[in-house]
Design a protein around this ligand. Structure first.
Ligand code: GLU
Length: 479
C-alpha cells in the first residue's frame, strides 16, 4: 500500500509552530516513501472559522517548501478536500451507521442534558451520555430527520493499541461514550468526519497532536462499528513553552509562522528547527537539510515527552543556515531587507557588503543595523565612545591625535584588505596603542554602528573617500 498522509488543519486563524511541525512530520513520512501528502481543510466548526485562514495555511506551507499532491486547492481522486463540501458524504455514512443500529437521534434538549450532567456531578460520577441513552436508541431504524443531533451508539470495551510514537497504550471501557456524529446544524463533528475522510482518502498514517489522544478509544470504537481497518496512529507530544511547564501559547512566542518569514528567518532553518523539536536521529547532529530529513526521519525517534520551544535555538540555526547558502542565493533572499540607504546602491556593492556580514547575520532583518553605514552617512553618536569600556577613558586629545594619525596613514590609493591590514598594523606601532583601542576608535569613527566586520575589510569596502571624510567629520565634531 502506498503511503498517504495528510495535514488537516481547521481554518481558525494563523498557523503556529506546533501545527506546522505536525504538517512537516506527516509530509516527511510521505516524501520518504514516495507517497502522497494531502492538505485537507476541516471547516466543520463554522463558529470558530476565521476568514483568510486557508490562504494563510497555503502560504505558510509553500514558504516552507511543504508541498501536497492533493488538497483544498488541487483536486484529486478523493476530493473535495474541504469538509464543508462533503456534507452529503458524511450523511450517507451516518445513515449506514443508523442502518446497522450504531447511531441514533438524540432526543434531549440542552436543558435536559445539563440536568443529567448535574445529576452525575452530584453523585460524584463521571458524566457518560450512554448512561442516559434513550430507549429510542434501540428502535430500528432510527427516525433521524437529518436535522437533529445524531449520536454514535458505542460499544464500551477496553482497548490496547499501538501508537507509532507513544508506544503501546491501553484504556478501560469507562472512556467510551456515545459521542455526537452529526450536530443539529447538519455539520459532522471532527470525531466522525475525520474518520470517514481518512478512510475515503486512503490515509495510511494519521499524525496529530496530543490533544486528540484521549478521544482515540472512541475512534477505535467507531472504526469497529464501521468495520474499517484503522490507519497507523501517531501522536505528537505538545510543544511546550521554554520553561517546560505549559503548552506553548501566544505569550511564549507561539506566533504566526509567517511572522518568522517577515523577520528574516530562512525556511531551511525553520524546517531544521521544527524537525528537531522533539526528534533526533540518534546522533549529536543538529543541522539537517530537508533532503537529509526525508532520508532520516522515522516516527519511532520522535520523543514521547513534550518538546520545548527555544527561540534562541531557532536564531542560532538561522545564523548557521545563512552561512551555508551561497552569497548569490543570500543576496536574492535579502531584497526586502536592505536599509533605505541602499536603495540606489548597485548589485556588486551590495554583494560585497553582504559578503562581509554574512557570517554575522542571525536574521535577515539584522541587515539594516549591520550595513546602513556602508550606504548612508552615519551621524556621530558620541555616547558610543562613552559607553565603550576601552574608549571611555581616552581623553579628547588622545582621540584627536589617534584619529589624526589614522587619517594620514589611511590617505592612500591601495584599499585592498591586505594592504589596509599592513597599514593598520603599522599604525599600531606608530601610536603604541592596543588594537582594542585604536581599531575600535577607527571603526566607530567610520561607522557609528554597534558592530562591524574586521576593520580592514570594512575600510576596503567603504573606500578611501568615505573613510577619510568620515574621520575628518569626527575630528571636526571634537573641535
Ligand atoms: N482539524 C484538526 C486540528 O486542526 C486536525 C486533527 C487531525 O489531524 O486529525 O487540530
Amino acid at each position: 500500500m502506498t503511503t498517504r498522509t495528510r495535514f488537516a488543519p481547521s481554518p481558525t486563524g494563523f498557523m503556529h509552530v506546533g501545527g506546522v511541525r505536525t504538517a512537516l512530520f506527516a509530509w516527511l513520512i510521505a516524501q520518504k516513501d514516495n507517497g502522497t501528502f494531502i492538505l485537507r481543510i476541516e471547516d466543520t466548526d463554522k463558529v470558530r472559522e476565521v476568514a483568510g485562514s486557508v490562504e494563510h495555511i497555503i502560504e505558510s506551507l509553500k514558504w516552507l517548501g511543504i508541498g501536497w499532491q492533493e488538497g483544498v486547492d488541487i483536486d484529486g481522486p478523493f476530493g473535495p478536500y474541504l469538509q464543508s463540501k462533503r456534507l452529503e458524504i458524511y450523511h450517507e455514512w451516518a445513515r449506514k451507521l443508523i442502518a446497522s443500529g450504531r447511531a441514533y437521534a438524540d432526543p434531549y434538549t440542552k436543558e435536559q442534558l445539563e440536568a443529567f450532567r448535574g445529576e452525575a456531578a452530584a453523585n460524584k460520577k463521571a458524566f457518560l451520555y450512554r448512561d442516559y441513552r434513550p430507549e429510542s436508541a434501540d428502535n430500528q431504524p432510527s427516525d433521524w430527520d437529518g436535522k437533529s443531533t445524531l449520536r454514535f451508539k458505542s460499544d464500551p470495551k477496553a482497548y490496547k493499541w499501538h501508537d507509532a510514537v507513544m508506544g503501546d497504550l491501553s484504556t478501560g471501557p469507562e472512556v467510551i461514550d456515545d459521542f455526537v456524529l452529526i450536530k443539529s446544524d447538519g455539520f459532522p463533528t471532527y470525531n466522525f468526519c475525520h474518520i470517514i475522510d481518512d478512510l475515503l482518502m486512503g490515509v495510511t498514517h494519521v499524525l496529530r497532536s496530543q490533544e486528540f489522544i484521549s478521544s482515540t478509544p472512541n475512534f477505535l470504537n467507531l472504526y469497529e462499528a464501521l468495520e474499517i481497518e484503522r490507519p497507523i496512529l501517531a501522536t505528537l507530544p505538545y510543544v511546550m513553552a521554554i520553561d517546560g511547564k505549559k503548552k506553548l501559547g501566544k505569550r511564549d512566542g507561539a506566533k504566526d509562522i509567517l511572522a518568522y518569514r517577515n523577520e528574516g528567518f530562512l525556511p531551511e532553518a525553520m524546517i531544521n528547527f521544527l524537525a528537531t523539536l522533539g526528534w533526533n536521529d540518534g546522533t549529536e547532529q543538529e543541522i539537517f537539510s530537508t533532503q537529509e530529513l526525508v532520508e532520516k526521519f522515522t516516527l519511532d525517534r520522535v520523543q514521547r515527552s513534550p518538546a520545548r520551544f527555544d527561540e534562541k535555538r531557532l536564531m542560532w540555526l538561522n545564523g548557521q543556515w545563512i552561512r551555508r547558502i551561497t552569497l548569490d542565493d543570500l543576496y536574492d533572499r535579502c531584497q526586502a531587507f536592505w536599509p533605505i540607504s541602499a536603495a540606489s546602491a548597485d548589485e556588486s556593492t551590495k554583494k560585497q557588503v553582504l559578503g562581509l556580514v554574512q557570517d554575522r547575520i542571525k536574521t535577515l532583518s539584522d541587515l539594516p543595523v549591520l550595513t546602513d553605514y556602508f550606504f548612508g552617512e552615519p551621524s556621530v553618536d558620541w555616547s558610543m565612545i562613552e559607553n565603550n569600556k576601552q574608549l571611555a577613558s581616552l581623553a579628547k586629545n588622545d582621540v584627536r591625535s589617534l584619529l589624526e594619525a589614522a587619517k594620514t596613514a589611511l590617505d592612500i590609493d591601495n584599499y585592498t584588505s591586505d594592504n589596509l591590514q599592513t597599514i593598520l598594523n603599522g599604525l599600531l606601532e606608530i601610536t603604541g596603542q592596543k588594537p582594542g583601542i585604536l581599531f575600535s576608535l577607527i571603526r566607530l569613527a567610520v561607522s557609528w554602528a554597534p558592530f562591524s566586520p574586521a576593520l580592514n575589510d570594512t575600510l576596503s569596502v567603504l573606500g578611501r573617500d568615505k573613510t577619510i571624510s568620515r574621520i575628518t567629520r569626527t575630528l571636526d565634531y571634537i573641535k
